[in-house]
Design a protein around this ligand. Structure first.
Ligand code: GDP
Ligand code: ZN
Length: 463
């Protein structure tokens, strides 16, 4: 990210590229109002712009030509997103016109905003903490409703509030320790070890562990999991992929990087995004290439978080199935007995009997039977013990949060161990202070600039 003066005036198109109903140009900084006066003429003559009020008028370039009709709003600092003076122009959509207007704004002295710079300013002005700034990105990138919901919670400060509570408890322990340091002659019982121990477990270690667990689930909800469908030719892999896609109303775009012999599609099961891979591509279907060697199937399977292993119920379990199945190793998988519409009960039962204690589901990809049960099995396989947590999650800490939460937890455990050894009080205080410092990194109190740059570089321009 380039180095800029912190308080110059920045501008960008805030709406997504493409043709929309309206497009918004956002300007933030000390010159925002001056710029508005220069390039916007209100239809109702007036002497000044009242803050937070909409004005209807025309936008002009420097030659005085009308570029567009627009609604303009001037928002006086500090009650704005960036806590600076902000102007927004709601224009008529066309991206070309928006760019033309933006050029005029630049000609008059504003500078193009970096990706995420509005949000970065909001953060630097102390309006939002870092977890909320990051939630803005999560919200933009959410793949499912659940992901979006968690991002909104986080934007409203759900994670921040949890961290604040942890911080309060650390501070209260630190206060007690400091009294003990300042008055060493008082009885050592000045701080009640048992009480601190309880506080540590209930209000620090417990919540930190829960947040770390939520981060693991959060990664799943945010990024999804890779599910690979494998099995011998003709068992119904592509049929299953299609059936799962049909179930999903909000379809799917093929991902870039789709290779010649795999197809990757996206669906969601109960709020979890799945990247679904057919080990033999749909388009090349029934091409000789489909006789995919065991080695290549294994490669696909290796990258999978979960494998759906298909077998043809009517054909039954063959040597080739066995061979491919063994190549799964201990990869998490669900065995899917397909074409149950063609098979007898005995045929299906004979395959089930091979896998007692394992997850087996009988379906018909073609007749679309057993698909709910399969989806449930997939959900369980992905979420496992975390199902309850996943359902009750209030926010989704990201990997940056998770690594700092780990450090905080380690410091808390260090404190616990030091207490158990009756370490000197000033040493105890060091551990608590270290936990506090780590927490500060999460919300951005003490975060170094390069970390901030990484966080904000994930944004798009105009946010
Ligand atoms: P793939 O080679 O594993 O991708 O298998 P396909 O999805 O291409 O299916 C092979 C053949 O089996 C096709 O003719 C499908 O219509 C048929 N098929 C797939 N699933 C079922 C099913 O559940 N029931 C029946 N009756 N036929 C199926
Ligand atoms: Zn296929």
């Amino acid at each position: 990210m380039a180095v800029h003066r912190a308080n110059d005036t920045i501008a960008a198109i805030a709406t997504a590229p493409g043709t929309g109903g309206i497009g918004i140009i956002r300007i933030s900084g000390p010159e925002a109002l001056t710029l508005l006066r220069q390039l916007f003429v209100s239809h109702k003559p007036h002497s000044h712009f009242t803050s937070h009020q909409l004005y209807y008028g025309t936008v002009m370039n420097r030659a005085g030509q009308v570029l567009d009709e627009a609604l303009a709003v001037y928002m006086r600092a500090p009650h704005t997103y960036t806590r600076e003076d902000v102007v927004e122009l709601q224009c008529h959509g066309s991206y070309l016109v928006l760019q033309e207007i933006l050029r005029t704004v630049f000609e008059r002295g504003a500078r193009p905003a970096d990706p995420g710079e509005f949000t970065k300013r909001a953060f630097l002005a102390g309006r939002i903490d870092l977890t909320r700034a990051e939630a803005v990105v999560d919200l933009l990138q959410a793949q499912t409703e659940k992901g979006a919901l968690l991002a909104v919670n986080q934007l409203r400060g759900a994670l921040f509030a949890e961290l604040e509570q942890i911080r309060d408890h650390l501070l209260s322990i630190l206060a007690v320790l400091e009294v003990a340091i300042d008055f060493p002659d008082e009885d050592a019982e000045i701080f009640a070890a048992q009480q601190i121990q309880d506080q540590l477990q209930t209000h620090l270690i417990g919540p930190l562990e829960r947040l770390i667990a939520m981060a693991e689930q959060g990664k799943i909800v945010r990024e999804g999991v890779k599910v690979v469908i494998t099995g011998q030719p003709n068992v119904g892999k592509s049929s299953l992929l299609n059936t799962l896609l049909q179930e999903e109303r909000a379809l799917v775009t093929p991902l870039p990087g789709t290779t010649r012999d795999t197809i990757e599609e996206r669906i969601a099961i109960r709020g979890i995004p799945l990247h679904l891979v057919d080990t033999a591509g749909i388009r090349l279907h029934h091409d000789p290439v489909e006789a995919l060697g065991i080695e290549r199937a294994r490669q696909k399977v290796e990258q999978a978080d979960l494998v759906l292993f298909l077998v043809d119920a009517q054909v039954g379990w063959r040597e080739t199935d066995e061979e491919l199945y063994r190549s799964l190793g201990n990869k998490p998988h669900v065995i899917v007995v397909n074409k149950r519409d063609l098979a007898t009960k005995e045929q299906i039962a004979s395959i089930f009997s091979r896998f007692s204690g394992k997850k087996v589901v009988a379906i018909s990809a073609k007749q679309q039977e057993g698909i709910d049960e399969l989806q449930e099995a997939v959900y369980q396989a992905i979420i496992g013990d975390g199902a309850e947590l996943c359902e009750r999650m209030t926010c989704a800490p990201n990997t940056r949060h998770r690594s700092i939460l780990h450090k905080t937890l380690t410091a808390c455990r260090g404190f616990e161990a030091a207490m158990a050894m009756a370490a000197p009080v000033d040493l105890l205080a060091v551990e608590v202070q270290s936990a506090l410092d780590h927490l500060g990194d999460i919300v951005g109190l003490t975060t170094p600039d390069d970390v901030l740059d990484v966080v904000f570089s994930q944004f798009c321009i105009g946010k």
